[in-house]
Design a protein around this ligand. Structure first.
Ligand code: GDP
Ligand code: MG
Length: 174
C-alpha cells in the first residue's frame, strides 16, 4: 500500500465555540459536555479517504496562547478549521481576525481552511443565520459547514475529510 499522506490541521476560534467538542465528536463519534477549556491537545488519526491512506495530526488550540505561540501554531498547520458558534455573534466576527492571522503568517501562499458554524442544535438562540455564514465563506473562498458537535448533525466527518482532500491536492501540485 502507498505511504500515507500526512496532513496537519489546526482548529481555531474564540474560546467556547466548541473546538474541543468538534474534535472529540470527529474522533470518537461522541459528545463530551465538559472539556478543559485551557487544554491544548494534539491527536493523531489514521484514516482512508477516497481509497488513499491519510495520517492526520490535529491540533486543538486553547485560545489562551500568546501571539508568538499562536503564530507557531499557524506555521505548523497545513490546513485550518475556523470555528464560530451560531449563538454568538462575536465569535462570528472573530473569524476574520483568525483568517487575517493565517494570511499574515502564511503569505505569500494561499491558506487552506474551512469555516464551521457550530451549535446548530441551538437554533432558538441563533445570532448568525446560515446565509450569513455562507456569504462569509463565499467572500473568503472557503467551504462552509454548519453543524453540531452535540447532536452530530451537519456532517462533521465530511468537513474534516474535505479539508484533508484540499491539503492533499495542494501538496500534489507543489
Ligand atoms: P472550545 O473552547 O472552543 O474548545 O469549546 P468546548 O468544546 O470546550 O465547548 C464549550 C462549551 O460549549 C461546552 O460546554 C460544550 O459542552 C458546549 N458545546 C460545544 N459544542 C456544542 C454544540 O454543538 N451544541 C451545544 N449545545 N453545546 C456545545
Ligand atoms: Mg477547547
Amino acid at each position: 500500500m502507498a505511504k500515507s499522506t500526512e496532513v496537519k490541521i489546526a482548529v481555531f476560534g474564540r474560546a467556547g465555540v466548541g473546538k474541543s467538542a468538534l474534535l472529540v465528536r470527529f474522533l470518537t463519534k461522541r459528545f463530551i459536555w465538559e472539556y478543559d477549556p485551557t487544554l491544548e491537545s494534539t491527536y493523531r488519526h489514521q484514516t482512508t479517504i477516497d481509497d488513499e491512506s491519510v495520517a492526520m495530526e490535529l491540533l486543538d488550540t486553547a485560545g489562551q496562547e500568546d501571539p508568538l505561540q499562536r503564530e507557531g501554531h499557524v506555521r505548523w498547520g497545513e490546513g485550518f478549521i475556523i470555528v464560530y458558534d451560531i449563538t454568538d455573534k462575536g465569535s462570528f466576527e472573530d473569524v476574520l481576525t483568525f483568517k487575517n492571522l493565517l494570511d499574515e503568517v502564511k503569505k505569500p501562499k494561499n491558506v487552506t481552511f474551512i469555516l464551521v458554524g457550530n451549535k446548530a442544535d441551538l437554533g432558538h438562540s441563533r445570532q448568525v443565520s446560515t446565509e450569513e455564514g455562507e456569504k462569509l465563506a463565499t467572500e473568503l473562498a472557503c467551504a462552509f459547514y454548519e453543524c453540531s458537535a452535540c447532536t452530530g448533525e451537519g456532517n462533521i466527518t465530511e468537513a474534516f475529510y474535505e479539508l484533508c482532500r484540499e491539503i492533499r491536492r495542494r501538496k500534489m501540485i507543489q
